[in-house]
Design a protein around this ligand. Structure first.
Ligand code: NAP
Length: 296
């Protein structure tokens, strides 16, 4: 049942995860418009849902507008890769009281970019969408997704009724930090060693690297929040095991000759560490090594 509370949403980054979010928003009754530099066009996206019991295909129709053609935006979902988000946001006009949902890995990519009356909602998802290779998008996992930070907006329950396992977190930091640590370990190591996620558990040298990265990240997060349990290794190893055959997004970015999200992941940890007077030698080395593989 469509719900008027959702209203109109613009999306920057209607790629894999952005298209899944657009699908749920549309199911919930929202009007969706994509924002992308270039000529206005209509985009048809086929989402293939690949559950254990059935495969279903759902089409998504999105009008795509160039940023300058968009009216002032009051509800925006940002789901492009983190290195492109600040420049993309700078091209659109937001209303003074706009809501921006950031559905990206890493942290901080939109920090300081919104005006005081505008609201940033952080999204963290364990769902996974891949390119099927034939132009379609394959939804390989619909897992827990959290939106949060501050009071729950009026539209949230209407969206959650159509977005499986979407929950509101008053404090978004615990799910964000859990995801951040897994990304900060699995992404750069699999990219640098050009291996699938599960290989990290099969090599002693890579397990040593994993332990060092987890310990340094836990030390920073425990300084930011003394309540942080700082025992993330087993959880990170579980993610590596559960996604053993997968290619991480950073490994895929390096293969594609693209800039990675390392600055929003390990770089965010390094920034917080510098503010706290901590040194993270393993993260420092790994970030430099990933940058060396990126295009100039
Ligand atoms: N895919 C997943 O399963 C998954 C899961 C969890 C989290 N995430 C996170 O979600 C974010 C997006 O990842 P993704 O895998 O969905 O990436 P993606 O498939 O590459 O989608 C990104 C989209 O952003 C668009 N884009 C790039 N620059 C833009 C700009 N300036 N203005 C408007 N659109 C722009 C791209 O358009 P073009 O294709 O036309 O360049 C592309 O459609 C990342 O932070 C990722 O870590 C992804």
């Amino acid at each position: 049942m469509a719900d008027k509370r959702l209203g109109r949403w613009h999306i920057i980054g209607a790629g894999r995860i952005g298209s899944l979010a657009a699908h749920y928003l549309q199911q919930a009754g929202a009007e969706i418009l994509g924002v992308r530099p270039g000529p206005a066009h209509r985009r048809r996206i086929e989402l293939v849902f690949d559950s254990a019991s059935a495969i279903s295909q759902r089409p998504l129709e999105l009008p795509i507008q160039p940023p300058l053609d968009c009216e002032p935006i009051s509800q925006l979902l940002v789901a492009c890769k983190t290195p492109y988000s600040a420049a993309a946001l700078a091209r659109v006009r937001l209303t003074d009281d706009a809501t921006v949902v950031r559905l990206q890995n890493g942290l901080g990519s939109l920090d300081g970019l919104l005006a005081p009356g505008q609201r940033l909602i952080e999204g963290v998802t364990a769902s996974a969408v891949m390119s099927a290779g034939d132009g379609r998008l394959r939804v390989v996992a619909e897992n827990a997704t959290f939106f949060g930070g501050g009071p729950r907006p009026a539209w949230f329950d209407a969206l959650a009724a159509h977005w499986p396992m979407l929950a509101w977190a008053d404090d978004i930091r615990p799910p964000q930090w859990r995801k951040l640590i897994a990304n900060a370990v699995l992404n750069p190591l699999t990219a640098l060693h050009d291996v699938p996620n599960g290989a990290l558990l099969e090599r002693d040298d890579l397990q040593t690297e994993m332990q060092a990265l987890v310990a340094e990240a836990d030390a920073v997060l425990a300084r930011l929040d003394p309540g942080w349990p700082a025992d993330s290794y087993d959880r990170v190893a579980e993610v590596a095991s559960a996604t053993a055959a997968n290619t991480s997004s950073m490994r895929a970015d390096i293969h594609a000759g693209a800039i990675t999200e390392i600055e929003a992941i390990n770089g965010w940890l390094l920034q917080r560490a510098a503010e706290l007077g901590l040194d993270l030698p393993t993260h420092r080395r790994i970030v430099a090594a990933v940058h060396a593989l990126e295009p100039d």
